[in-house]
Design a protein around this ligand. Sequence first.
Ligand code: ZN
Length: 420
Amino acid sequence: MMELIERLYPLCRSITGQGVRETLDIIGEDLDLQRHEVPSGTQVFDWEIPREWTIRDAYIADAAGRRVVDFREHNLHVLNYSAPVSMRMRRDDLAEHVFTMPDRPDWIPYRTSYYRETWGFCLTHNQWVGLPDGEYQVHIDSTLAPGALTLAECVLPGESEQEILFSTHICHPSLCNDNLSGIAVQTRLFQWLSRRARRYTYRAVFVPGTIGSLTWLWLNRDRLDGVRGGLVLSGLGDAGGFTYKRSRQGRSWMDRIVEQALSDAGVQWQCREFSPYGYDERQYCSPGFNLAVGRLSRTPYGEYPQYHTSADNLEFVSENQLDGALRACQRIVEYLEADRYLHNLSPYGEPQLGKRGLYGAVGGGSGPDEFRMAMLWVLNLADGTYSLLDMAERSGQPLGLLAEAADALAQAGLLEPGAP
Ligand code: ZN
């Protein structure tokens, strides 16, 4: 995943434009993507697709013509969505267009101005205080013109048309945890999913934040009934434990599966209730849709100082943490796929496990006692009213272990799998 992140890191992404397309080109090497271009000016619910932003160059030069701030050195240096400008101005006047972080004097802040036309530069506070009074040439070679908003999706059909949605944002420039970690995990998750049998249909959505998820919802507004649940993936590469933010529904099937998977995984995690702020879950969970879409992150956005700064760089994320996030997502998928109702075919007294060779049976890596206990729970609760998830919640046994026990019992003819 770090390899993918290293390739994507230098691209100057925004909510529209070439950076997004180049990002999707690279993801498209690994996944079969369907791309949508929605023209500027299109009305999307209460929003409008903005003009497309193209950035070619940006700098502040001193009187000698030396570039003292240079977009070519870091794409965070230009206020994202800056209008073009080319003029000479005094340092005092330039100050109104400069963003720095006095408390983190070596970091460049990430700032955007999508919906208000202006221009600006972001620089380290040390860079700014190091600039003497005098005249500077400011130059931003950009275009804001009619174009399109680009988004993409990868659909992996399953036995059922019922869908599980995964969504990540692709609109941030050189920032690793916020944006690239979600892209990397979602891409690898869908490569893995593409190679396995699927009961559900899985859809990976790669969208610019807010306007992109709104546009996806708008394009799909007549077929959202098929979405059984989903997850927004973001901020999965930092050193922290997991944070699961519940969907607006709170205790939906998706919410319960995710929480069960994280609990069973033995990883450090915390749960947060839904709030109408954050990433694209706030669109998926707006009241008109109310989809069962939660969010999986590590340290929540805004709760680490590197958030939205140049310090959210290649050193801030690690393969190990990304890999842990991928494994958590894989377990969630395995649980979604495994969960079903079960019927005990021998419900009058305990069936004799010994004569069916199940008494000393050992499940994958777990001791016989543990596995026997899981079989007893499954047999007892498999009255057709409990799903595997219900059984896991009631028994305190890991869902994965109960699923293995159910498989063994079904093979012995003691159990019949029912509906999902
Ligand atoms: Zn962000």
